[in-house]
Every structure is written in C-alpha cells, then in structure tokens.
Ligand binder design. Structure first.
Ligand SMILES: Cc1cc2nc3c(=O)[nH]c(=O)nc-3n(C[C@H](O)[C@H](O)[C@H](O)COP(=O)(O)OP(=O)(O)OC[C@H]3O[C@@H](n4cnc5c(N)ncnc54)[C@H](O)[C@@H]3O)c2cc1C
Length: 473
C-alpha cells in the first residue's frame, strides 16, 4: 500500500487517545467478550450474531465521561452500543455494525434512598441496589433473576418484568419508573429528563434513543421473604396452584414470585437434590413468613406438598442459590448448563385461569416442549407467560411449535429475533421520534430497528404522528 493511502475505516487508536481520560479496553479478547450477551440461548441468533464484534470498549465512571464518549463517537461517525451487564437474551447489546461499546458498570453510585423510591446511576447492579435498600426497610418493586450481574440501566432499556411483578406489575406499570435521565448523541450531548409515564419514551428502547444516565424507581417495604418450592404429581395441579397463588388476596398470601416448572426441567436442578424429590412438577415462590401457613393450605388444596421453605439466613447457611435462580430465564439457564441443545420461547397465555387450555396446547405440542410458566400482574389483571424448554431440532420445527401455540390462541413473542419490532411488538414511534431528537445521525445500536430505516428521513414530529394511539407519554 502506498504510504499516503488513508487508512480504511475509523482510526481506532486515535479514537482511543481522544477518549482520554476515560478508561478504554482494546485487548481483542476483551472486546470480543464485551460484544456478546446471552443471544446464544437461541441457536438461530447464535448463528446470526456470534461473529458480530465491536472495535473498542470505553468504561466511563461519570456522566461527564459518558458524554465525552458519546461526543467522541459522534465526531468520528462511529456506531455506539450501550452495555450494562450483557445479560440480554436477543443480542440487544451486540454491536451489529462494529464501533464503540460503552460499558456503564463503573457508573454505579446509589444516589438517594427515600420514602418509596431509589435514585441510582444507570450502571448500578440490581443486587447492590437491593443490598442498599433492605437495611433501610425497602426493596426494589421488581428486578430480574440476573440481579447479581445486570445493571438497572440495562433492565430499564432491555427488560420488562421480574421478581416482584406478580405483586407490583411490570416495569411499564404506572408508578414503577419514576424518572429516567438520558444523554443525547450529539456534538455536545445534552441530558434530558423523562418523568413518570414520559419514561416510556426511553423504557425498553434497547439503547436506540439515548444513553440512560440515571434511574429513579419505585421501591416497596421489604418483608421477611421465604423462598418456597412445592411439588405436584401433575403439571395441571401445579399450574392451577400457581394461578390460585397469583390470584390470592395480598392480605392472605402476598407473593413476589409465582413460577411453575415441569418435572423434566426440575430434574436439571442438581443443587436442589437434597431438598426437593425428583419427578415433581414445581411451584416456585417467595412469600412473607407470616403467610407460610396459608401457602401450606393452598398447596395441600391442590394435592401438592411444600418441600422447601427457607428464609434468607437459612438459604445462605445452606449455600443454596435464591429460589428465583430456578425461575424466569434462569430456568432455561439451568438446563443449558447441562445440554446446549435446549432453547426456549416466549409465549403469552390468552386466559391464565384456563388450566385446561394450557394442558391442551402442551398435549398437542409433543415431548420436545416442556412447560414453564411465570405469573405476573398488571393493571389489576393476572398475566401468564409460558417460557418452555424446547429441544431444538431446527428452524422448521420451531416454526411448527410456534404455529401450534398460535392455533390454540397463544401469542408468540419470538425470542429468536434481533430487532426491536420482532418480538410481536408494533413499531414504537415515540421511541423513534426520540431517537430522531437524541440521536440524529442514527449511531446508537444501528441495525436493531427495521422501522427506523423507514422513518429516519422524517422529522421527529412526523415520526411521532405515526403512533396509532398518540398518547401524551
Ligand atoms: C438467566 C437470565 C435471566 C433473565 N431474567 C430476566 C427477568 O427475570 N426479567 C427480565 O426482564 N429480563 C430477564 N433477563 C434478560 C436480562 O437479564 C435483563 O433484561 C437485564 O436486566 C438486562 O440488564 P443488563 O445490564 O445485562 O443489560 P444489557 O444486556 O447490557 O443491555 C440490554 C439492552 O439495554 C441497552 N442498555 C444498557 N445500558 C443502557 C444505558 N445506560 N442506556 C441505554 N441503553 C442501555 C443495551 O444497549 C441493550 O440494548 C434474563 C436474562 C438471563 C440471561
């Protein structure tokens, strides 16, 4: 190459210098590791994403450093992928077009704990937030089962519900997100404040429309929670007990987790061997100590047996994981630890109270689909999602499984796609209008929104006007 030929693409060593004093990680192995999340749960996404890598990682410690990272990327026209703990399941934090990965985990201060709220920096780990809240008499209204390694910014940008949602609703429920602050991706990044329902403009936008710097969330009074597992001979009984528990009045049995797990899946939980007999379909829950008797009665009324009930101190002494590490997407992880040919799907149950319909769809599905249900509440209603283990036999069989669910009236929120509109979600024009305002060059997480490519030439107001039910949020 002649000496005066300009280098092809961005000059990453110059960008690394420009980023000073921000910590940068440029060792290729580290950059590759920080380019991955838990997309490998899906063999389809694994094929699509495993060779997508960023070019450089920046690890800002303050919002000023984060603003400097965004301004530097903007000046150099390079894509930016925000990253918290990298626990998302759909490659949400995978840089599809290379570029700068900004990892927020050093922006982790807990700024304020007050009556019913906590204000934190976006990179704070949720386990640390709960650890800070509990001695003050509070806890997060909900958190994902990945609380030990996932950040609050990543949860708000990529997650939806978790432990606590069967009592307090999903993240998007009114009052759960009190305020979000986000920086724009411009020559001089500006911080925007989104209060109450305005936060839905940024919530679950996959880091496409701003860099969240600070989160204020609702907290609830903490209780002496006891982790419980009950066993049942039939899945139908376990499911019916789960529905009854999810529907119980808070004064009778409060619960912050209500999961039902097929016995074949539970047999992949070796840590439980000394506590729960094999071959039992499980109801996994957390109830306050004063409601244990009522739970006993509910379980017995559905022909089940309460095998495990442990408060936090006993659990630590027994060196057992939290019961929620056998729930939500940790259930899938427990199976994947032994056998990588498993995968999963996300399915909405149309009528959570109809155990017969759940039994009927699973009878139609066959032995390669093992049920696992999570109950939640929202707007006073009970919701249920099936997150089954699926023994993967190829994309064609997966499509057949999806079609069987749909033929029975169930809704597929496809876990095997990597675009924000893919999980049975309609385009969110409020998200995209704010992307236009906060990321005019379209450099944040490029490739993750199909709809953005269709509307990016419009003004923010024109994009917003496309929202079918144009709400004030
Ligand atoms: C075993 C397992 C269990 C899980 N259980 C649950 C569960 O119970 N409930 C649930 O909802 N999810 C669950 N998930 C998914 C995931 O853990 C959660 O969504 C989690 O909160 C993501 O946090 P994170 O810090 O790892 O985010 P990341 O994976 O790092 O990022 C997620 C998305 O947020 C964006 N992002 C990150 N930080 C910022 C920021 N500061 N500003 C703007 N955008 C940002 C990223 O670009 C990406 O698009 C689970 C995943 C696994 C692997």
């Amino acid at each position: 190459m002649p000496e005066d030929t300009p280098p092809i693409g961005p000059d990453w060593s110059a960008i690394a210098t420009e980023l000073a004093p921000v910590e940068v990680l440029d060792d290729p192995v580290t950059v590759k590791k920080r380019s991955r999340d838990f997309f490998w749960y899906s063999p389809i996404l694994n094929g699509d994403l495993r060779r997508s890598f960023g070019d450089l990682v920046a690890r800002p410690k303050t919002r000023e450093e984060l603003a400097h990272c965004l301004a530097t990327a903007y000046a150099n026209d390079v894509p930016v992928t925000l990253r918290g703990g990298g626990t998302g399941n759909y490659g949400q934090a995978v840089p599809l077009q290379g570029g700068l990965i900004i990892e927020t985990t050093a922006m982790n201060r807990i700024l304020e704990i007050g009556e019913g709220f906590v204000r934190v920096e976006a990179g704070a780990l949720m386990a640390d937030i709960n650890d800070a809240l509990i001695p003050e008499g509070w806890e997060m209204a909900m958190f994902p089962s990945t609380q030990d390694i996932a950040t609050i910014g990543g949860f708000v940008a990529g997650g939806s519900a978790g432990i606590g949602s069967v009592a307090n609703g999903p993240l998007r429920e009114k009052g759960n997100i009190i305020q979000l602050k986000a920086l724009s991706m411009e020559a001089e990044p500006a911080e925007h404040v989104f209060d109450a329902e305005e936060a839905l403009r940024i919530h679950h936008a996959w880091g496409l429309n701003g860099a969240i710097t600070e989160v204020t969330l609702r907290t609830v009074p903490t209780r002496d929670w006891v982790g419980c597992m009950a066993g049942f001979e039939s899945y139908r009984d376990a499911y019916a007990a789960g529905y009854a528990l999810a529907s119980a009045r808070d004064g009778e049995i409060a619960r912050k987790l209500c999961s039902v797990v097929d016995a074949r899946i539970a047999d992949y939980f070796p840590r439980l061997e000394d506590h729960v007999p094999k071959g039992q379909h499980l109801l996994v829950t957390l109830v306050p100590r004063e409601h244990l008797d009522a739970l006993h009665a509910l379980v017995a009324g559905h022909d089940g047996t309460l095998h495990l009930s442990m408060g936090e101190n006993e659990r630590r002494a027994a060196k057992l994981p939290h019961v929620f590490e056998f729930a939500y997407n940790h259930t899938t992880l427990q199976v994947l630890k032994s056998d990588r040919s498993a995968t999963y799907q996300q399915i909405g149950v149309p009528d959570p109270g109809d155990a017969d319909a759940v039994a009927a769809v699973h009878a139609a599905l066959g032995d390669d689909v093992w049920p696992h249900h999570e109950f939640t509440r929202g707007g006073g209603q009970i919701y249920c999602a099936d997150l089954p283990i699926i023994w993967f036999k190829g994309a064609e069989r997966l499509a057949e499984i999806n079609a069987t669910y749909e033929a029975h009236g169930f809704i597929i929120y496809d876990a095997h796609v990597n675009v924000i509109e893919g999980n049975h979600m309609q385009p969110d024009y409020r998200h995209l209008a704010w992307k236009k305002r906060l990321d005019p060059k379209g450099l944040l997480n490029p490739g993750k929104s199909l709809e953005w490519e269709k509307v990016r030439h419009l003004s923010a107001e024109e994009i917003e006007a496309l929202e079918p039910e144009n709400t004030s949020a």
